[in-house]
Design a protein around this ligand. Structure first.
Ligand code: MN
Length: 203
């Protein structure tokens, strides 16, 4: 795996033409309070490109072009959070998207364990580490351990999608999954508008 670290935006001329795995690291779990610090991307080729942001410096036209490119599907694990953060700080609607957590919930109905670590273990036989998850991502100098961890979160999403797509197809839920993915940017918008804790579809 090669890690490419960039500041502020992707470099000029970088082609991310495949579907791209995406993850973000933030100062915490509340998009209104906790700023976006890092965006990690991988085209599934083992390389990870990460873009680190200074506070209030979110002018990243090349990264935003990837997020809004209709020809590039953005693969996430728990897309709802990342899409909200990306929308809030980069002011771009991420579309089209695929979420391995939604796919897992729709087919792995035999378990309630849908974390990235659980999916990697069961579907790929890979153990990933989660120790750096709650570290200081706002630090302008990230440690080698943080960079390794951050890259690890986008490394397996393409392979997970392949496995989950097989299961969705087998169980006849591919269309339902596709519609859920289409709704995700709207679900993220509801979160940002104040309905994060409310299921507007419930009685
Ligand atoms: Mn992560």
């Amino acid at each position: 795996m090669a890690i490419h670290h960039h500041r502020g935006d992707l470099p000029d001329g970088l082609e991310l033409v495949n579907n791209v795995a995406v993850d973000t690291e933030t100062m915490g779990l509340l998009p209104g309070r906790d700023r976006l610090c890092l965006v990690q991307l991988s085209a599934g080729d083992g390389d990870c490109h990460m873009v680190q942001f200074s506070p209030a410096a979110y002018n990243a036209p090349r990264l935003k072009a990837v997020f809004s490119d209709p020809a590039v599907t953005k693969l996430f694990h728990f897309a709802r959070f990342d899409i909200a953060v990306i929308s809030k700080y980069l002011e771009v609607v991420c579309q089209p998207v695929y979420c391995t957590k939604i796919a897992s919930r729709l087919v792995r109905t035999y378990t309630d364990r849908h974390g990235l670590k659980d999916l990697c273990r069961e579907l790929l036989g890979v153990e990933i580490a989660k120790q750096q998850q709650s570290s200081d991502w706002g630090n302008s100098e990230l440690s080698p351990e943080q960079l390794q961890y951050a890259a690890g979160d986008v490394l397996y999403l393409h392979r997970l999608r392949e496995r989950l797509d097989e299961m969705l197809d087998r169980e006849g839920r591919s269309e339902l999954a596709a519609e859920c993915f289409r709704f995700l940017p709207h679900r993220a918008a509801l979160d940002l508008e104040g309905w994060a804790e409310t299921d507007i579809f419930s009685h």
